[in-house]
Design a binder for this molecule. Structure first.
Ligand code: ACM
Ligand code: ZN
Length: 614
């Protein structure tokens, strides 16, 4: 009687969803769709096998389903349940630690994995089978297509980085970032916590790092590249930092989403905020260090490698860092350490001599190795940006290759582990469409990483041998925040490019397909919007391929990045409007033709008129 009443009241308040096609991102390793569908209803009956309802993954799943108004109800009998989650007792060697199998049959949905991580990813796939607006619409019935999925990642390192130093972001924004990472099976959150423009982490032993180092004079309304210098005595009012309690909250939130947090504590460079707080750690006595108000180049502030207190400082900071972050990796920065001060510093020069080092690059190598030894004793591994290869690098150090893939190749050939994050595919501070139609972004217009470019990223260079390639742990996208002042803009730069990145890092190379992804991502833009994210709709400049014809003139083919884009065009020099003809096939154009295009997408004009002269 009461069950009937519950069912009726749910039916009356929820929508019924049609069977949805499968648009899973990242594309699973193996996916077979079958005819027919299975209908799930709210309340959703779930059965757990070999799993505790109190486990962190089940608590996550419970909360996630509640948010979608699916009203989970845990049952002990799998015959009654619509969704069964099975932690395998016998290891399924195909799946590894992160893989899962998911089947939808007329008996229900079953997700099986060797680990909670695998079940978590199977659940993320299941969520993507639900309607795109499931986070904003209450459904009483959803039909899921019958299918069989076998899935596991191509790479173990699927990272997403966030700079919280150039601009500061609240805990709520970091959680939003972690949520969307989890939805796309990304598993390493690289948290860039220290910079010239701010130190963002509470360290009890060095309170001035946050009392002074977390705050800069506010120049947010000025050009990042040309800010006014701070006036003498001007108050530092912009900034913030994360308390230890907040860090713990984020670490736990990430862990519940099977994401490891990789804190980055930069040395010896990018340290204005450190030197503003503790100037005695710098080489120079003839200067006043201050937290940088915006950009400055080259970043010459550097910790004094000849001063023993620098090692003490770093070790004591890392003592607290490893207490806060329970994961394996700690990032130690190491990029863009300009060594002018080291060349002029008697202490640094004396250290080079005493250690019989060749140059200042080797001095950085020595300092990094000392700190690495200290961290290895604490059971940790370090990562450094690829500049650390310029001095010397220990075999145990992981190299993050950002200046292209060259550093990564060198490191892999030496036998070092590598994370690939080459700027030309992975830097999400670059524009994703023509600069005329985008918010201000880093550098000039050629710093251009549209969705299609990100999708072309392959972390493993073809020229590596299988043994060398085994050192490529994976890749990640980096979101530097010089031009990103708030969460809305941060999401815009991240999405939907994160979807492309996740497919580059999860899906076997042979199963990647731009055309299929292009189709799927249209749905994911709607999904993400319904989830409350601010997505970029894409690039609407036509991609132009030109063939020279033997008889003179050109064959011109236009391709759109965004599926559903129509290019209206003219060839008579006039500006096209929405009434101009729509491009449908390759155009044969005489030499000297001016082709002008105007894009429409989802019923709106996008960007402006583009002109090409052939
Ligand atoms: C970097 O972009 N400087 C690592
Ligand atoms: Zn020095």
């Amino acid at each position: 009687m009461s069950l009937c009443f519950v069912a009726l009241s749910v039916l009356s308040c929820g929508k019924v969803a049609e069977v949805k096609e499968l648009n899973i991102i990242p594309e699973p390793v193996f996916l077979e769709t079958k005819t027919g569908s299975f209908t799930i209803e709210s309340p959703l009956m779930i059965c757990l096998e070999n799993l505790n309802q109190d486990s962190q993954t089940i608590r996550y799943i419970d909360q996630s389903l509640r948010k979608m108004h699916m009203r989970p109800s845990f049952e002990s009998d799998s015959k009654q349940s619509a969704l069964t989650l099975v932690l395998s007792k016998d290891v399924d060697s195909v799946l590894g630690n992160e893989g899962y199998r998911l089947t939808v049959s007329d008996e229900g949905i079953v997700i099986t994995a060797n680990s909670e991580t695998g079940l978590f990813y199977g659940y993320q796939t299941f969520v993507q089978m639900l309607p795109d607006d499931v986070s904003t619409t209450t459904y009483s019935k959803v039909s899921v297509p019958m299918c069989a999925i076998l899935d596991y990642p191509r790479y173990e390192w699927r990272g997403s980085h966030m700079d919280v130093c150039r601009h500061f972001f609240p805990v709520s924004q970091i959680k939003k970032h972690l949520d969307v990472m989890a939805a796309y099976k990304m598993n390493r959150f690289h948290w860039h916590l220290t910079e010239d423009q701010g130190w963002r982490l509470e360290i009890e032993k060095y309170p001035l790092l946050t009392e002074i180092g977390a705050w800069r004079v506010d120049r947010n309304d000025e050009d990042w590249n040309y800010p006014r210098n701070p006036e003498p005595g001007e108050k530092a009012t912009y900034g913030g930092y994360y308390s230890k309690a907040e860090v713990q909250e984020i670490v736990e939130y990430a862990a519940q989403r099977h994401i490891e947090v990789v804190p980055e504590i930069e040395f010896p460079g990018h340290c204005c905020a450190v030197l503003a707080a503790y100037p005695e750690l710098g080489c120079r006595r003839d200067t006043t260090y201050g937290v940088a108000v915006a950009d400055y180049w080259p970043p010459t502030a550097i910790m004094c490698a000849g001063n023993d207190s620098v090692q003490t400082f770093l070790k004591e900071v890392f003592d607290e860092v490893v207490e806060m972050f329970p994961f394996q990796y700690v990032h130690v920065g190491g990029d863009e350490a300009f060594k002018k001060d080291w060349k002029n510093c008697p202490k640094c020069q004396a250290r080079i001599k005493a250690l019989n080092l060749k140059n200042e690059e080797e001095l950085q190598g020595w300092l990094t190795a000392e700190i690495e030894k200290y961290l290895i004793d604490k059971g940790r591994r370090i990562i450094g940006w690829d500049e650390i290869l310029e001095g010397f690098v220990t075999p145990s150090c992981t190299v993050m290759s950002w200046r292209g893939t060259e550093g990564g190749k060198v490191a892999a050939r030496k036998g070092n582990d590598v994370i690939m994050t080459p700027v030309q595919y992975c830097y999400f501070d670059y524009r994703q469409a023509d600069s005329l139609y985008q918010p201000q972004a880093i550098g000039k217009a050629f710093r251009f990483n549209p969705l299609i470019k990100v999708y072309q990223f392959n972390p493993t260079p073809e020229e590596l041998t299988p043994d060398e390639a085994s050192h490529i742990l994976g890749g990640q996208c980096n979101l530097w925040a010089e031009y990103i002042k708030d969460g809305n803009h941060q999401e815009y730069m991240l999405l939907p490019r994160l979807c492309a990145m996740s497919e580059c890092l999860w899906t076997p190379l042979a199963s990647k397909s731009w055309e299929h992804f292009q189709y799927k991502v249209e749905h994911h833009k709607d999904r993400l919007t319904a989830m409350g994210y601010n997505v970029c709709w894409g690039s609407f400049k036509p991609m132009v391929a030109v063939d020279t014809l033997a008889q003179g003139g050109f064959n011109v083919t236009l391709t759109a990045e965004e599926l559903g884009t129509e290019f209206h065009y003219t060839t008579d020099g006039s500006d096209p409007t929405v009434s101009s003809p729509v491009y449908t096939e390759t155009l044969a154009l005489p030499a000297g033709t001016t082709l002008k295009t105007l894009a429409t997408y989802r019923g709106k004009e996008r960007e402006g008129v583009y002109t090409f002269v052939f």
